[in-house]
Write a protein that binds this ligand. Structure first.
Ligand code: ADP
Ligand code: MG
Length: 340
């Protein structure tokens, strides 16, 4: 076979393999776009675990009608324009890949209106085939509808799990988001019934959203963490050792506001708890690490679940030391005997 340039739709479908694993990944990308657009309230309507329908509506800045086709084009983004921007990126998105990927493996509609526009507009994309931009009434903000995910990619469709399982993945993702952004109201419905509501009153740090999200037991036993050194800042909540988990299901780490999995930081936390947790038990925590964006590379994987720290050792030791000292203080404070 001779060498050929692949058509855009196929390129997008290939890229979708990395960005869109399941309905939860679609919800993640779309809600992150809503947050990047400055939304205060996001409505998430789901049908059949998100497989039949995911509809995300936000009250953010919106998109100009003429830019709707660009929004669903590959490598088109309003969030960075240069390598320097990438190094200091403060938005959740920056790759310009999510919408074209999602739109290439679903029946996709995007409707939007900016504050100053007299009319809203809408664009349909069916399995990657762009329709025409059409006028459509819409309040300020954006609505994205994703129907029949993977309808044209049977190999991916086969990997979708039962409705409850897919819904569970979405809920877990939303929980992690709700912890990071207590200032945003999130309303979720499933199969036409309201299923979850996070009020956007910014109350995480007085403990309200913490309890709402991770349960009152966690909130009751949570220690407030707040420490800064060497340009690193760690804040959030860790559970006292009396509250531990059988699995690592309540371990939330955010780096500059982005939800992240990081082995080295997870190890540092585990080590800090080594003396105070029974063998096999897992700590629970919600930790926010802030550092200068030039000290961390967020462009490691298309799904952006991982980052690379310039000085990983420093970060590890900082997290370990901060939590170790906080745990030692409470032990001293409540007079629990400590074996060394
Ligand atoms: P990225 O988020 O990496 O820029 P996306 O493919 O997710 O790439 O989105 C492409 C562009 O479409 C964004 O840069 C943004 O300008 C616009 N966009 C997407 N979703 C929204 C939204 N909900 N509100 C306003 N603009 C949006
Ligand atoms: Mg995006």
């Amino acid at each position: 076979m001779s060498i050929q340039q692949l058509p855009d739709t196929l390129i997008n479908q290939i890229a979708a393999g990395e960005v869109v694993e399941r309905p939860a990944s679609v919800v993640k990308e779309l809600v992150e776009n809503a947050l990047d657009a400055g939304a205060h309230r996001v409505d998430i309507d789901l049908e059949e675990g998100g497989v039949r329908l995911i509809r995300i509506r936000d009250d953010g800045g919106g998109i100009a009608a003429g830019e709707l086709p660009l929004a669903v084009s590959r490598h088109a983004t309003s969030k960075i324009a240069s390598l320097d921007d990438l190094e200091a990126v403060a938005t959740l998105g920056f790759r310009g890949e999510a919408l074209p990927s999602i739109a290439s493996v679903s029946r996709f509609t995007m409707s939007s209106r900016r504050d100053d526009d007299a009319h809203g507009a809408s664009l349909q994309v069916d399995g990657g085939n762009l329709g025409e931009v059409a006028p459509k009434p819409h309040p300020r903000g954006t609505t994205v509808e994703v129907r029949d995910l993977f309808y044209n990619v049977p190999a991916r469709r086969k990997f979708l799990r039962a409705e409850r399982t897919e819904l569970g993945h979405i809920e877990e993702w939303l929980r992690s988001l709700a912890l990071a952004r207590p200032d945003v109201e999130l309303r979720v419905s499933h199969n036409g019934k309201p299923s979850r509501r996070y009020k956007g009153d910014g109350q995480l740090f007085s403990g309200e959203r913490l309890g709402e999200t991770l349960g009152e037991e966690f909130a009751k036993h949570a220690l407030r963490i707040e420490h800064e050194a060497a340009g690193l800042r760690l804040h959030g909540w860790i559970a006292q050792p009396v509250y531990s988990r059988a699995s690592a299901d309540q371990q939330y780490l955010y780096v500059n506001g982005r939800s992240i999995r990081d082995r080295s930081v997870a190890h540092a936390v585990k080590q800090a708890y080594a003396d105070v947790l029974f063998h096999g038990r897992q700590p629970a925590y919600v930790l926010f690490l802030e550092l200068d964006p030039t000290r961390v590379d967020v462009n490691v994987h298309p799904a952006k679940h991982e980052v690379r720290f310039r000085d990983a050792r420093l970060v590890h030791d900082f997290v370990y030391r901060t939590l170790h000292d906080a745990l030692a203080e409470t032990r001293a404070g409540i007079g629990v005997a400590v074996s060394t």
